[in-house]
Design a protein around this ligand. Structure first.
Ligand SMILES: Nc1ncnc2c1ncn2[C@@H]1O[C@H](COP(=O)(O)OP(=O)(O)OP(=O)(O)O)[C@@H](O)[C@H]1O
Ligand SMILES: O=C(CO)[C@H](O)[C@H](O)COP(=O)(O)O
Length: 411
């Protein structure tokens, strides 16, 4: 069955039926657009028309969209992660063609990444007037977020609002057609239980305050000309709401990438060398955690030596089981950074359950994006691995629906 798009004035696709009036018309219309009957098979949108409200029922598309949630505070590496993820699927991610130049959406052959900032219900002035931050649930429309993500997952296109970060205003909506993989990234993908239930896999980027501060300085001071004081003030102003509404979402994530200062240099406060933990929930459907050497064991490993060049302070890996918010998890940890990225193949050869399609795929991906932030440390390594895991999960879900076995040769 074809996918129906029901948000523009149009003659409806034959897979859609309409009737009017009714109280139960598709609720995801209500906030944005109201449809009115003009004839039995056609609807026009707008509030001036005197006809009756429509109920539009559409058959779902053939293949269901796989939905991935990526949560993190602003400036914590979501865009970088997204670039690594879309690269695993090949093709280039670009804003919708011919659309709003300030759109936050990125579309590639397989993936569509939408930014949940687009569900801000209060614009910049509105938040200022009400004295709330963008992290506060009162500044966001979770009903619309749920209804639209659900519609896309069911194969129905939606007209999603756009929050314009340049002007601070809510722009006219853009059409989002159901992709193979929808990534919802932003502050609150796991906040609302209804949205959370729609996720096939979820990731939380947990950047410690020290590291967040160092990255903010690097970007906002060096690249955007902000003062040290204003960066400190902005982090402090966001902190109560971050602690109340954003941080608690990590308990729901299937994978958490936690970024901490190194332990290899005592009392390091530079934030250049990082200790990165990949916390992987056990028992998640279509997801088998990556492990080092021997599954289920506890291992501490210093790979530096003949096969891996390390300058001070070196590199240390750890792998073992743990508990995280009451869940059984497997943790792989890397502290330190690579001197020579091509030698990563040595580390890759000791990691198992990578869901790579060929030996060396992780190293190849890392070398391909050597210029991305974090490519020489655990942030880039674990983001790349989670990218491969999402591809594997997607392929398994597709195979389970079509009844065919997954073709990928897994390393
Ligand atoms: N792994 C990393 N290592 C070092 N710096 C990083 C890393 N990831 C991100 N950064 C720094 O943080 C900045 C923000 O990264 P990115 O744009 O990916 O984050 P974001 O969460 O999408 O931000 P925003 O929500 O504000 O758009 C980068 O410009 C870089 O300075
Ligand atoms: O936390 C954020 C997510 O990116 C932003 O601060 C929020 O979306 C508000 O944006 P702006 O500062 O451009 O008004």
């Amino acid at each position: 069955m074809a996918v129906c798009t029901v948000y523009t004035a149009q003659t409806l696709n034959t897979n859609c039926s309409i009737s009017a009036p009714s109280k139960t018309h598709l609720s995801f219309h209500q906030k944005q657009l109201v449809f009115y009957t003009t004839s039995k098979k056609s609807c026009k949108r707008g509030s001036n028309y005197s006809g009756s409200p429509c109920v539009i029922t559409c058959a779902a598309g053939d293949s269901q969209t796989v939905v991935i949630g990526l949560a993190a505070d602003s400036g914590c590496g979501k865009s970088t992660f997204m670039r690594r993820l879309t690269s695993v699927f090949g093709g280039k991610a670009e804003p919708p063609k011919g659309g709003n130049p300030d759109s936050n959406t990125l579309i590639s052959d397989t993936t569509t990444v939408i930014c949940l900032d687009d569900y801000h219900s209060l614009d910049r002035t509105g938040r200022k007037e009400k004295g709330v931050t963008a992290l506060d649930p009162r500044a966001n429309d979770f009903d619309l977020m749920y209804e639209q993500v659900k519609a896309i997952k069911e194969g129905i296109a939606v007209e999603k609002p756009i929050y314009n970060h340049v002007t601070g205003l809510l722009d006219p909506p853009e059409l989002i057609k159901p992709p193979k993989i929808l990534v919802i990234e932003g502050l609150h993908p796991m906040f609302d239980p209804r949205v959370r239930d729609l996720l096939d896999f979820s990731i939380y980027l947990d950047i410690s305050n020290e590291v967040k501060f160092a990255w903010k300085i690097q970007r906002d001071m060096a690249e955007r000309g902000h003062s040290l004081e204003s960066i400190k003030a902005s982090i402090e102003a966001r902190k109560p709401d971050f602690d109340a509404y954003i941080d608690p979402q990590k308990q729901y994530a299937d994978a958490v990438i936690e970024v901490l200062p190194t332990q290899l240099i005592p009392d390091d406060n530079e934030g250049n060398i990082l200790r990165v933990k990949l916390i992987q929930k056990e028992g998640v459907k279509y997801f088998s955690p990556v492990y080092l050497f021997d599954e289920g064991s506890t291992i501490s490993w210093i790979p530096c030596g003949r096969k891996l060049t390390c300058s001070y302070p070196g590199i240390k890996f750890f792998y073992g089981p743990d508990a995280y918010f009451g869940h059984e998890v497997s943790v792989v940890e890397m502290d330190g950074q690579f001197d020579r990225l091509d030698e990563l193949i040595y580390v890759e050869s000791h990691l198992s359950s990578l869901s790579s399609k060929f030996y060396g795929e992780v190293t190849q991906q890392m070398l391909k994006h050597a210029d991305f932030p974090g490519s020489n440390n655990g942030t880039g390594l674990f983001q790349t691995i989670i990218g491969l895991k999402i591809r594997d999960l997607f392929e398994q879900i597709v195979a389970s629906k079509s009844g065919t076995p997954v073709g990928a040769a897994k390393a």
